[in-house]
Design a protein around this ligand. Structure first.
Ligand SMILES: [Cu+2]
Length: 287
Protein backbone atom coordinates (compact mmCIF):
# COMPACT_ATOMS: atom_id res chain seq x y z
CA UNK A 1 0.00 0.00 0.00
CA UNK A 2 2.77 2.42 0.87
CA UNK A 3 4.52 1.82 -2.47
CA UNK A 4 1.24 2.62 -4.27
CA UNK A 5 0.91 5.91 -2.43
CA UNK A 6 4.49 6.79 -3.24
CA UNK A 7 3.95 6.14 -6.98
CA UNK A 8 0.83 8.29 -6.77
CA UNK A 9 2.55 11.24 -5.16
CA UNK A 10 5.47 10.99 -7.57
CA UNK A 11 3.02 11.16 -10.48
CA UNK A 12 1.31 14.09 -8.78
CA UNK A 13 4.59 15.95 -8.43
CA UNK A 14 5.45 15.30 -12.09
CA UNK A 15 2.05 16.62 -13.14
CA UNK A 16 2.44 19.75 -11.05
CA UNK A 17 5.96 20.35 -12.36
CA UNK A 18 4.92 20.02 -15.99
CA UNK A 19 1.95 22.36 -15.45
CA UNK A 20 4.24 24.99 -13.95
CA UNK A 21 6.70 24.52 -16.84
CA UNK A 22 3.97 25.02 -19.47
CA UNK A 23 2.64 28.16 -17.80
CA UNK A 24 6.14 29.59 -17.33
CA UNK A 25 6.96 28.99 -21.01
CA UNK A 26 3.79 30.73 -22.09
CA UNK A 27 4.38 33.75 -19.88
CA UNK A 28 8.14 34.13 -20.45
CA UNK A 29 8.47 33.61 -24.20
CA UNK A 30 5.92 36.22 -25.28
CA UNK A 31 8.22 39.24 -25.13
CA UNK A 32 8.32 40.43 -28.76
CA UNK A 33 7.75 44.09 -29.70
CA UNK A 34 4.17 43.26 -30.66
CA UNK A 35 3.43 41.59 -27.33
CA UNK A 36 4.81 44.63 -25.45
CA UNK A 37 2.01 46.58 -27.13
CA UNK A 38 -0.54 43.90 -26.25
CA UNK A 39 -0.83 43.19 -30.00
CA UNK A 40 -2.57 46.54 -30.50
CA UNK A 41 -2.30 48.17 -33.96
CA UNK A 42 -0.13 51.09 -32.87
CA UNK A 43 3.19 52.16 -31.37
CA UNK A 44 4.00 53.97 -28.18
CA UNK A 45 4.18 57.75 -28.60
CA UNK A 46 1.48 57.99 -31.28
CA UNK A 47 -0.85 59.97 -28.99
CA UNK A 48 -0.94 60.29 -25.21
CA UNK A 49 -4.39 58.66 -25.20
CA UNK A 50 -3.10 55.64 -27.12
CA UNK A 51 -0.39 55.22 -24.46
CA UNK A 52 -3.08 55.28 -21.75
CA UNK A 53 -5.00 52.56 -23.57
CA UNK A 54 -1.87 50.43 -24.06
CA UNK A 55 -1.02 50.65 -20.35
CA UNK A 56 -4.56 49.82 -19.25
CA UNK A 57 -4.84 46.95 -21.73
CA UNK A 58 -1.52 45.36 -20.80
CA UNK A 59 -2.05 45.92 -17.07
CA UNK A 60 -5.47 44.24 -17.30
CA UNK A 61 -3.97 41.26 -19.12
CA UNK A 62 -1.20 40.85 -16.56
CA UNK A 63 -3.76 41.00 -13.74
CA UNK A 64 -6.04 38.54 -15.56
CA UNK A 65 -3.16 36.14 -16.21
CA UNK A 66 -2.06 36.40 -12.56
CA UNK A 67 -5.57 35.56 -11.38
CA UNK A 68 -5.75 32.81 -14.01
CA UNK A 69 -2.48 31.25 -12.85
CA UNK A 70 -3.65 31.17 -9.23
CA UNK A 71 -7.06 29.74 -10.16
CA UNK A 72 -5.66 27.13 -12.57
CA UNK A 73 -2.97 26.19 -10.06
CA UNK A 74 -5.50 25.70 -7.26
CA UNK A 75 -7.80 23.70 -9.56
CA UNK A 76 -4.99 21.47 -10.70
CA UNK A 77 -3.77 20.98 -7.17
CA UNK A 78 -7.28 20.01 -5.97
CA UNK A 79 -7.76 17.61 -8.87
CA UNK A 80 -4.47 15.87 -8.15
CA UNK A 81 -4.33 16.00 -4.35
CA UNK A 82 -7.99 15.16 -3.74
CA UNK A 83 -8.63 12.69 -6.56
CA UNK A 84 -10.49 9.47 -5.69
CA UNK A 85 -8.02 6.78 -4.73
CA UNK A 86 -8.42 3.04 -5.17
CA UNK A 87 -10.65 1.36 -2.57
CA UNK A 88 -12.22 4.69 -1.60
CA UNK A 89 -16.02 4.71 -1.29
CA UNK A 90 -18.67 7.30 -0.52
CA UNK A 91 -18.20 11.07 -0.31
CA UNK A 92 -14.96 12.66 0.85
CA UNK A 93 -15.04 14.76 4.02
CA UNK A 94 -17.51 17.60 3.46
CA UNK A 95 -16.69 21.17 4.40
CA UNK A 96 -19.28 23.90 5.09
CA UNK A 97 -19.47 27.27 6.84
CA UNK A 98 -15.74 27.85 6.75
CA UNK A 99 -15.72 31.54 7.65
CA UNK A 100 -12.08 32.38 6.78
CA UNK A 101 -12.44 30.77 3.35
CA UNK A 102 -15.74 32.55 2.63
CA UNK A 103 -14.34 35.92 3.70
CA UNK A 104 -11.31 35.29 1.49
CA UNK A 105 -13.29 34.55 -1.65
CA UNK A 106 -15.58 37.53 -1.06
CA UNK A 107 -12.86 40.09 -0.37
CA UNK A 108 -10.41 39.07 -3.11
CA UNK A 109 -12.88 39.49 -6.05
CA UNK A 110 -14.09 42.81 -4.59
CA UNK A 111 -10.49 44.01 -4.36
CA UNK A 112 -9.89 42.92 -7.98
CA UNK A 113 -12.95 44.78 -9.26
CA UNK A 114 -12.14 47.93 -7.28
CA UNK A 115 -8.57 47.92 -8.67
CA UNK A 116 -9.78 47.41 -12.26
CA UNK A 117 -12.38 50.13 -11.81
CA UNK A 118 -9.77 52.54 -10.44
CA UNK A 119 -7.38 52.10 -13.37
CA UNK A 120 -10.17 52.12 -15.99
CA UNK A 121 -11.71 55.25 -14.51
CA UNK A 122 -8.32 57.00 -14.34
CA UNK A 123 -7.55 56.18 -17.99
CA UNK A 124 -11.05 57.14 -19.15
CA UNK A 125 -10.89 60.47 -17.35
CA UNK A 126 -7.47 61.24 -18.87
CA UNK A 127 -8.71 60.30 -22.36
CA UNK A 128 -12.02 62.18 -22.32
CA UNK A 129 -10.77 65.31 -20.50
CA UNK A 130 -10.76 68.38 -22.74
CA UNK A 131 -7.83 70.79 -22.84
CA UNK A 132 -8.30 74.28 -21.48
CA UNK A 133 -6.07 75.70 -24.22
CA UNK A 134 -5.63 73.30 -27.14
CA UNK A 135 -2.91 74.22 -29.66
CA UNK A 136 -5.21 73.44 -32.57
CA UNK A 137 -8.97 73.15 -32.87
CA UNK A 138 -10.35 71.34 -35.86
CA UNK A 139 -13.96 70.62 -36.69
CA UNK A 140 -14.49 67.28 -38.39
CA UNK A 141 -17.64 66.66 -40.38
CA UNK A 142 -18.72 63.18 -41.44
CA UNK A 143 -20.91 63.06 -44.52
CA UNK A 144 -22.04 60.37 -46.91
CA UNK A 145 -19.33 59.30 -47.80
CA UNK A 146 -16.35 61.47 -47.01
CA UNK A 147 -14.99 63.96 -44.53
CA UNK A 148 -14.72 67.75 -44.24
CA UNK A 149 -12.13 69.37 -42.00
CA UNK A 150 -12.54 72.94 -40.70
CA UNK A 151 -9.25 74.27 -39.33
CA UNK A 152 -10.84 76.73 -36.91
CA UNK A 153 -7.68 78.60 -35.81
CA UNK A 154 -6.63 79.30 -39.40
CA UNK A 155 -10.16 79.81 -40.72
CA UNK A 156 -9.61 77.46 -43.65
CA UNK A 157 -11.35 74.26 -44.65
CA UNK A 158 -10.78 71.10 -46.60
CA UNK A 159 -13.69 69.53 -48.45
CA UNK A 160 -13.23 65.79 -48.81
CA UNK A 161 -14.27 63.83 -51.86
CA UNK A 162 -15.35 60.23 -51.58
CA UNK A 163 -12.52 57.76 -52.09
CA UNK A 164 -12.29 56.37 -55.57
CA UNK A 165 -11.00 52.88 -54.91
CA UNK A 166 -9.50 51.66 -58.15
CA UNK A 167 -7.53 48.79 -56.66
CA UNK A 168 -4.36 50.38 -58.04
CA UNK A 169 -1.41 50.91 -55.71
CA UNK A 170 -1.09 54.44 -54.35
CA UNK A 171 -4.81 55.03 -54.08
CA UNK A 172 -4.36 55.68 -50.33
CA UNK A 173 -2.63 58.96 -51.16
CA UNK A 174 -5.78 60.29 -52.87
CA UNK A 175 -7.88 59.97 -49.71
CA UNK A 176 -9.06 63.03 -47.75
CA UNK A 177 -6.30 63.92 -45.28
CA UNK A 178 -6.56 65.52 -41.88
CA UNK A 179 -3.36 67.40 -41.02
CA UNK A 180 -2.19 67.67 -37.42
CA UNK A 181 1.00 69.22 -36.04
CA UNK A 182 3.25 66.82 -34.10
CA UNK A 183 3.68 67.19 -30.33
CA UNK A 184 0.61 69.41 -30.02
CA UNK A 185 -2.56 69.47 -28.00
CA UNK A 186 -5.35 68.79 -30.45
CA UNK A 187 -9.08 69.17 -29.98
CA UNK A 188 -11.35 67.66 -32.62
CA UNK A 189 -14.97 68.82 -32.68
CA UNK A 190 -16.72 65.89 -34.24
CA UNK A 191 -20.13 66.02 -35.85
CA UNK A 192 -22.11 64.80 -38.86
CA UNK A 193 -24.01 66.43 -41.64
CA UNK A 194 -26.47 63.65 -42.48
CA UNK A 195 -26.55 60.30 -40.67
CA UNK A 196 -24.56 58.77 -37.82
CA UNK A 197 -20.94 58.02 -38.72
CA UNK A 198 -18.02 57.13 -36.49
CA UNK A 199 -14.56 58.68 -36.55
CA UNK A 200 -11.95 55.98 -36.09
CA UNK A 201 -8.17 56.12 -36.33
CA UNK A 202 -7.03 52.61 -35.31
CA UNK A 203 -3.44 53.73 -34.55
CA UNK A 204 -4.85 56.30 -32.07
CA UNK A 205 -6.80 53.50 -30.33
CA UNK A 206 -9.74 55.88 -30.25
CA UNK A 207 -13.12 55.98 -31.92
CA UNK A 208 -16.05 58.33 -31.43
CA UNK A 209 -19.56 58.60 -32.88
CA UNK A 210 -20.40 61.44 -35.25
CA UNK A 211 -23.99 62.46 -34.63
CA UNK A 212 -25.99 65.10 -36.54
CA UNK A 213 -26.78 68.19 -34.42
CA UNK A 214 -24.37 67.11 -31.71
CA UNK A 215 -20.68 67.76 -31.13
CA UNK A 216 -18.45 65.13 -29.62
CA UNK A 217 -14.91 65.99 -28.63
CA UNK A 218 -11.68 64.10 -29.02
CA UNK A 219 -8.72 65.62 -27.18
CA UNK A 220 -5.25 64.22 -27.38
CA UNK A 221 -1.61 65.21 -27.67
CA UNK A 222 0.03 64.09 -30.88
CA UNK A 223 3.44 62.48 -30.70
CA UNK A 224 5.62 61.25 -33.53
CA UNK A 225 5.13 62.29 -37.14
CA UNK A 226 3.53 59.81 -39.50
CA UNK A 227 0.52 59.00 -41.66
CA UNK A 228 -2.24 56.96 -40.11
CA UNK A 229 -5.25 55.33 -41.73
CA UNK A 230 -8.73 56.37 -40.62
CA UNK A 231 -12.18 55.12 -41.48
CA UNK A 232 -15.86 55.40 -40.72
CA UNK A 233 -16.79 52.75 -38.16
CA UNK A 234 -20.58 53.02 -38.30
CA UNK A 235 -22.51 51.50 -41.20
CA UNK A 236 -23.81 54.66 -42.84
CA UNK A 237 -25.10 53.66 -46.24
CA UNK A 238 -24.14 52.30 -49.63
CA UNK A 239 -20.54 53.54 -49.79
CA UNK A 240 -19.70 53.22 -46.09
CA UNK A 241 -16.70 51.04 -46.98
CA UNK A 242 -15.26 53.88 -49.08
CA UNK A 243 -15.50 56.41 -46.27
CA UNK A 244 -11.76 56.43 -45.66
CA UNK A 245 -9.26 59.13 -44.78
CA UNK A 246 -5.69 59.69 -43.68
CA UNK A 247 -4.32 61.53 -40.69
CA UNK A 248 -0.97 63.17 -41.42
CA UNK A 249 0.90 64.18 -38.27
CA UNK A 250 3.54 66.59 -39.56
CA UNK A 251 6.00 69.19 -38.28
CA UNK A 252 4.62 72.61 -37.36
CA UNK A 253 6.28 74.07 -40.49
CA UNK A 254 4.64 71.54 -42.75
CA UNK A 255 1.32 72.10 -40.99
CA UNK A 256 1.54 75.85 -41.54
CA UNK A 257 2.46 75.25 -45.19
CA UNK A 258 -0.65 73.09 -45.58
CA UNK A 259 -2.80 75.85 -44.06
CA UNK A 260 -1.27 78.31 -46.53
CA UNK A 261 -1.93 75.89 -49.40
CA UNK A 262 -5.62 75.70 -48.42
CA UNK A 263 -5.73 79.51 -48.22
CA UNK A 264 -4.08 79.80 -51.65
CA UNK A 265 -6.61 77.38 -53.09
CA UNK A 266 -9.37 79.71 -51.88
CA UNK A 267 -10.61 77.44 -49.11
CA UNK A 268 -11.01 80.26 -46.61
CA UNK A 269 -13.86 80.25 -44.13
CA UNK A 270 -15.41 77.15 -42.67
CA UNK A 271 -18.02 74.77 -44.00
CA UNK A 272 -21.36 74.92 -42.27
CA UNK A 273 -24.07 72.48 -41.45
CA UNK A 274 -25.90 72.77 -44.77
CA UNK A 275 -26.79 69.45 -46.30
CA UNK A 276 -24.48 68.82 -49.19
CA UNK A 277 -23.60 65.51 -50.76
CA UNK A 278 -22.51 66.79 -54.17
CA UNK A 279 -18.79 67.04 -53.50
CA UNK A 280 -18.80 63.29 -52.96
CA UNK A 281 -19.53 62.52 -56.58
CA UNK A 282 -16.80 60.90 -58.58
CA UNK A 283 -16.72 59.60 -62.14
CA UNK A 284 -18.20 56.22 -61.30
CA UNK A 285 -21.00 56.97 -58.87
CA UNK A 286 -24.24 58.59 -60.00
CA UNK A 287 -26.13 59.41 -56.83
CU1 LIG B 1 -19.92 56.81 -42.36
Amino acid sequence: MSSQTRTGSRRGRALKASAVAVLATISLTACSEQSKLGFLPTERGTTDNADQVIDLWIGSWIAALGVGLVVWGLMLWCMVAYRRRKNETGYPRQLAYNAPLEIFYTIVPIALIVTLFFFSFRAQTAITDRFENPDVKIQVYGKQWAWDFNYLDDNVHYQGIQAHLTGEPGVEETLPTLYLPADSKVELEITSRDVIHSFWVPAFLEKIDMIPDRTNYMSFTTGREGTFAGKCAELCGEYHSEMLFNVAVVSQQEYDAQMQRLRDEGNTGILGDEYNRNPNLNETSNN
